[in-house]
Design a protein around this ligand. Structure first.
Ligand code: DC
Length: 227
């Protein structure tokens, strides 16, 4: 049941992979009766399109043309958020492990970031949103009413990613999950444009020893105190 809320707020949740952003954002959005925006899915959709069309992650002009051609949409459905790339549902395809690293690589390209900047702002324009990503509080929605930065111990994050990926066709072992995750964190936090970092006014939460419910309760507590 959604909380009674007369406030129309923009809530952002940033942080590295495996910190629990997706589960937390979905549950928080559900509790508030807000729309959930998964911005990582947008970068993943571009990575998938680039792979399908043979455009490499370091080909700036190829990526620029690709962005001009494609359309990406996020649609709410009974089975959760669906990602639509050029009228094809790619929700499952973008979760394959090899797309994660490619998404991180294309996300370092300024041309991709500027294309997605306007799309993300348009998606959040009606407020009542919980937007999850890496630069939501710093670059995309710096005017957000509540900003959270969710982190956790790297071992725990790797373990969570490993559990998530179980059952995928080419599910990697724990060691490679941790190695890939640390590499992706490094790429995401050292890129020149919009690196992963907490906004100066973000509330930092370490989810290492907290349950999903405890993290969401902590966030709701802050949100309720917004005048
Ligand atoms: O959250 P995710 O693992 O689905 O994101 C995939 C990649 O997309 C991530 O490694 C970096 C990039 N990304 C980004 O640069 N900015 C965002 N706001 C969201 C994701």
């Amino acid at each position: 049941m959604a909380e009674e809320s007369s406030k129309a707020l923009v809530v952002t949740i940033d942080g590295p992979s495996g910190a629990g952003k997706t589960s937390v954002s979905k549950l928080l959005a559900q509790k508030l009766g807000y729309r959930y925006i998964d911005t990582g899915a947008l970068y993943r959709a571009i990575a998938l399109a680039a792979r399908q069309q043979g455009v490499s992650a370091d080909d700036e002009s190829g990526l620029a043309e690709l962005c001009l051609r494609l359309t990406i949409d996020l649609k709410s459905s009974d089975s959760g958020l669906r990602v639509i790339l050029d009228r094809t549902d790619v929700t499952d395809a973008i979760r394959e492990p090899h797309i994660s690293m490619l998404a991180s690589a294309v996300s370092a390209q300024p041309v991709v970031r500027s294309y997605l900047l306007s799309l993300q702002r348009a998606l959040a324009s009606k407020k009542n949103v919980v937007a999850e990503g890496r630069d939501m509080g710093t670059v995309v929605l710096p005017w957000a009413d509540a900003k959270f930065f969710l982190d956790a111990d790297p071992r725990i994050r790797a373990q969570r990613r490993f559990e998530e990926l179980r059952g995928h066709n080419d599910a990697p072992d724990l060691e490679s999950v941790e190695k890939d995750m640390l590499l992706r964190d490094k790429n995401d936090s050292t890129r020149a444009v919009a690196p992963l970092e907490p906004a100066s006014d973000a509330i930092r939460i370490d989810s290492t020893r907290l349950s999903l419910q405890q993290v969401v309760d902590c966030m709701l507590d802050h949100i309720r105190r917004i005048p």
